[in-house]
Design a protein around this ligand. Structure first.
Ligand code: UD1
Ligand code: CA
Length: 537
């Protein structure tokens, strides 16, 4: 299969939405830096060896504004929980350790992460009481004992940050031994922390929306909640946090004022679409729409999408060159679409592989299936887990396959159920064929060898084998193995009862003529029609 990564990780989707170049911290701030601190931080940044990168992800909050029984970071954007996005970003930057601060529904969040990333790859600290983002970082720091270099702080609810923005952020923190932060200018800054700068444009501090004066609320540049700085800086800065503010919380944002007085603050401006936070369900929907558009745009570089806004392609899906995707198609999980394959309107493919040149016709639903090269499937086919179609096989309308291999060039074109079956090459499965694979207790296998012909409306009671080139007569219930090349026929002999129709009609007193069809008006209606001209004339 000719595979082209339309998009892989979110971070690889770039387009024009990247970050601007970092603004170095103003020299004014640098000169204010205490000599002692300079010594403490400089050697690591200037060292010949690249110092390490650690990452802390804040995800202990409940997400009150979601109004949900489920923790906010477990809500999904394009098939993945929110929390998976920052974790993948941290891993893509080779950050180690990656420390997650969890609290609300900690066990459920941990289970979701373990299922996806393996339990060993992440370290989790519990923030028992949610006393703010600053307190969350205080809680995380002991897990970073011994770690050196730069610490990246990500938010569990800011999923769409681009990898290159984070690289730039970490680079700036490393180069200048300063606090680097992502900022943006959103269409509506309500709710976000505002970036307060002095008259020369140097960052002074962040003021949270709830604490801001009317004048400060008029500021349009906001804090994205993503930071990088030497670990030592965070250790020092979070010691002095207080909770005298509108929310009585320890704000991580207060470390910005600390940095402005000491190591300096460097800002990197990101596109708002990449750093918007998810606090409520409207923002969740917006984030999903933005990610969908980003992925679809990346696919359009080499594939045709009909009505892209109607098409959903999840982040791990791979779409091949010259593929054609119809309106309303949903491609989920690890689905791969081969070179030149066509997926028509309304198909839903989950973890499914589609071979080059395959044609998947409208409204086909497939899960964990393999649709071979140059096959034809659908419309309205249902391929369930373990359905494997070899090259040039055909599966038609209202055909369901489960854990079944359909060999090369074999056909099952109409109204059929094939479950737990191994079907060879060049086999024809007639309309209405059913593999009876389940006796109420266990599943059994049906084997149909190369070149066999299964007549319409047959039942194959498994376990059973139909030999190569054998023929099963239409309407047969096959309960015994059919030898290769043999005909299996199991139906009552047909008899013809002469005069039956007339006999029955007479019994019901309906005369001797066969029942009239609507095309043949009854004598009464015919005479009425004839009479009508007289009445009107
Ligand atoms: C935060 C920033 C704000 C910024 C915005 C960007 C603070 C005080 N404010 O506000 O300046 O504009 O993000 O999206 O940092 N969390 C914990 N433990 C806690 C509290 C929060 O782990 O005790 C986690 C949350 O689960 C969440 C993240 O930290 O993932 C941010 O918390 P949230 O309450 O959403 O902060 P915002 O009000 O959005
Ligand atoms: Ca938030």
């Amino acid at each position: 299969m000719d595979k082209v990564a339309g998009h892989g990780y979110v971070a690889q989707n770039s387009g024009a939405l990247g970050a601007r170049r970092p603004r170095p911290p103003p020299s004014r701030n640098m000169t204010r830096q205490p000599a002692k601190k300079t010594k403490a931080t400089r050697p690591k940044a200037a060292g010949a060896k690249q110092s390490g990168l650690a990452c802390v992800i804040l995800a202990a909050g409940q997400g009150t504004r979601m109004r949900s029984a489920r923790a906010k970071v477990l809500h999904e954007v394009l098939g993945r929980p929110l929390i998976a996005y920052p974790v993948e970003l941290a891993q893509s930057l080779a950050a180690s350790p990656v420390v997650l601060v969890l609290g609300h529904q900690k066990d459920a969040v941990e289970a979701a992460l373990a299922g996806r990333f393996g339990a060993a790859s992440l370290s989790v600290v519990e923030q028992k009481e949610r006393r703010g983002t600053g307190h969350a970082v205080q809680t995380a720091l002991p897990a970073l004992r011994g770690a050196r270099g730069i610490m990246l702080v990500l938010s569990g609810d800011v999923p769409l940050v681009q990898r290159k923005s984070l690289s730039a952020l970490v680079g700036a923190a490393r180069r200048y031994s300063c606090l680097a932060m992502l900022t943006t200018v959103p269409p509506d800054p309500t709710g976000y922390g505002r970036v307060v700068r002095d008259e020369r444009g140097h960052v002074l501090r962040i003021v949270e929306h709830k604490d801001a004066t009317a004048e400060e609320r008029a500021l349009t540049e906001i804090n994205a909640g993503v930071y990088a700085a030497p670990i030592e800086f965070f250790r020092e800065a979070v010691k002095g946090l207080g909770a005298r503010n509108a929310q009585n919380e320890y704000y991580l944002t207060d470390v910005v004022a600390h940095a402005a007085r000491t190591v300096g603050v460097s800002t990197i401006e990101a596109d708002f679409r990449d750093v918007s936070g998810v606090n409520d369900r409207a923002q969740l929907a917006e984030a999903e729409a933005m990610l969908r558009a980003r992925i679809n745009t990346a696919c359009l570089a080499h594939a045709t999408l009909h009505d892209p806004p109607s098409i959903t392609i999840e982040p791990d899906v791979v779409v091949g060159v010259d593929a054609e995707i119809g309106r309303g198609v949903v491609l989920r999980g690890r689905t791969r679409v081969g070179h030149g394959a066509k997926i028509a309107e309304g198909c839903i493919l989950v973890d499914t592989e589609v071979g080059a040149g395959a044609e998947v016709r409208p409204y086909t639903v497939a899960t964990e299936a393999v649709i071979g090269v140059h096959t034809k499937v659908g419309p309205f086919a249902h391929l369930r887990p373990g359905a494997v179609l070899a090259e040039e096989a055909h599966v038609g309308n209202f055909v369901e396959l489960k854990k079944t291999r359909l060999g090369r060039g074999s056909k099952a074109n109409h109204l059929t159920y094939l479950g737990d079956a191994v079907i060879g090459d060049g086999v024809n499965i007639g309309a209405g064929t059913i593999t009876c694979n389940y006796n109420g207790y266990e599943k059994s296998e049906t084997v149909i060898e190369d070149g066999a012909f299964i007549g319409s409306d047959s039942q194959l009671v498994a376990p059973v084998t139909v030999g190569a080139k054998a023929v099963v007569a239409a309407g047969t219930t096959v309960t015994k193995n059919v030898p290769a090349g043999a005909l299996a026929i199991a139906r009552a002999a047909q008899t013809a009862v002469a005069g039956y129709a007339e006999h029955v009609a007479r019994r019901y007193g309906k005369g001797s003529a066969p029942a009239a069809s609507s095309a043949n008006p009854s004598p009464r209606r015919a005479s009425a029609t004839r009479r009508r001209p007289k009445v009107s004339g």
